[in-house]
Every structure is written in C-alpha cells, then in structure tokens.
Design a binder for this molecule. Structure first.
Ligand code: APR
Length: 245
C-alpha cells in the first residue's frame, strides 16, 4: 500500500485525531520556519543579535524598541493565508474529532476554520498591556511605531507569544495532555521537535498510531507507524479525496 493510501486508511479508521504541528506547517503559506536551511535562525541578523536571542524575554525587557522592530519585520506575516494543510485539517474536523496542537503563533489554523486549536506558544493575534492587562488586537501592533503603549494606562503592549525564558500556560499544557491521552491517532508534522517542553508533550500519547510528515527526519523515541518525508500541504492535498465522509 503506498504512503498516501496508508495515511488515508489510518485517518479513516481513527476516531480522535491529534495533529501536532510546527513552523513547517506554515512554510507553504510563505512563512519561513526557524531551523531549516533557509529558516529564520539560519539568516544573518539585521540587528546584530541572533534572531533566536531576540525572541527571548530578557531581550524583550532590555531592548524593547529593537524587539518590536524585529517583531514587525519578521514575525508578523500579514499577507499569509492558510495553505492546503490548514484547510485539510479544518475540513477533516467536519467529519472527525480533530484537535490541533500547534507551536505556531500565526493563527492560520483558525483562519482556515479549525476550532479545536491549542496554541502552545500563544498567538500574534492576541496582545495585552503589561500594566493594566487591557487586550489589544494585532492591528494595534501593526499601526503603531516603536514600542506600542496602552491607550488606557501608558503601559507597554506585549504580544501574547511565549518567548524563550517564559513558561507555557498550565491550562494550555493540560488541554494538550487531555487531547493526547484521548487520541487514537497522532500526526506530527512540520516540526523539528527541538524545543522543550512542547516537544515532550508527544510522550503523553499512548496509542499505537503515530504518523510523522516532515521534510527532514526528526528525533523521536517512540515507534512510528508511518513516516512521510515530504511537504505537508502536498501530502494532505493528495489524501483529501481518500477521506471517507
Ligand atoms: N512540510 C513538511 N515539513 C516541513 C515543511 C513542509 N512544507 N517545511 C518545513 N518543514 C520541516 C523542516 O524540515 C523542519 O524539520 O518543519 C520543521 C520545522 O522545524 P523548526 O523550524 O525547528 O520549527 P518548529 O519545530 O516549529 O520550532 C519550534 O522553536 O524557536 C522556537 O518558538 C519557536 O515554535 C517554535 C519552536
């Protein structure tokens, strides 16, 4: 049985699916990932500091203006739209119980129509004042220049994204663990599984059916039922017609 047929067969037989995704799910929407050859972290920083360092809490605190220059420049992709991977998952959720656990902050799964989305690292769509807690939409960051300040109290508006040195939300982790423990199919895609604790969550899947769809091989210490080295959008486009109503 070829890989695409095997994948569609596993999906058709599943009842509770968890899709665990990373930046590779959004590359076909034009958003670079982090660790691929042409990923963000492979680029020479325009700001004299490696991008991975700039995405840290301490850099945000000590170089807030430069952080926002970098953030608007490289972390907000206003023109990005969902690709066939996002759309496939949204369509699949109309037929099956699908929970998406994503490390991405771009909001493209929700834009595609997915409802059960657990954003481990937050979202660029949500922002809040660090002083009074007032919420702000992404437009407040895009429309401002330099450091964005709260119109209510003058505090700094911080994106609701998890920076290095910041903890993940306990509520979010609990939701992810519950979904993983209830699942009978885990699809891991578009991620290098490089970042803890996100990458450790897959250890809480106790089923037999693990599928990995990734351009590069990834380190995973659990038995994999099916591995496809390919582009997730292309793979899902070919599977779509084989999914039973
Ligand atoms: N289809 C399938 N796989 C892809 C595709 C694609 N179209 N494009 C890229 N990939 C794969 C790459 O081969 C790589 O293994 O996706 C993976 C992306 O890995 P990373 O760039 O490390 O992204 P991710 O795993 O999401 O990083 C996790 O690191 O810096 C932090 O907070 C950041 O959430 C991010 C976290």
């Amino acid at each position: 049985m070829d890989l695409i047929t095997s994948l569609s067969d596993l999906i058709n037989r599943a009842h509770h699916i968890v899709f665990f995704g990373g930046a590779g799910v959004s590359t076909e929407s034009g958003i670079p990932d982090f660790r691929s050859q042409n990923g963000l972290y492979s680029l020479k920083s325009k700001y004299g500091v490696p991008y991975e360092v700039m995405l840290s809490h301490s850099y945000f605190e000590s170089n807030t203006a430069t952080f926002f220059a970098f953030y608007r420049d490289l972390m907000i992709n206003e023109n990005a739209v969902p690709n066939s991977a996002h759309l496939f998952l949204a369509h699949l959720a109309e037929k099956k119980d699908v929970t998406i656990i994503t490390q991405n902050i771009d909001g493209l799964h929700q834009m595609a129509g997915s409802r059960k989305v657990i954003e481990l690292h937050g979202s660029i769509q949500r922002n809040h004042c660090v002083k009074c807690g007032k919420s702000f939409p992404l437009s407040a960051i895009i429309a401002s220049h330099g450091i964005p300040f709260c119109d209510q109290c003058g505090g700094v508006i911080k994106p609701d994204v998890v920076l290095y040195e910041e903890p993940l939300s306990d509520v979010i982790i609990t939701r992810a663990l519950i979904a993983l423990q209830a699942a009978d199919l885990l699809i891991i895609a578009g991620t290098s599984l490089n970042v803890y604790p996100a990458s450790s969550l897959i250890n809480y899947f106790f089923g037999n059916n693990i599928v990995v769809i990734n351009k590069d091989d990834i380190p995973i210490n659990k038995p994999i039922k099916l591995k496809i080295n390919g582009k997730i959008g292309e793979v899902f486009s070919r599977v779509e017609s084989l999914i039973k109503p």
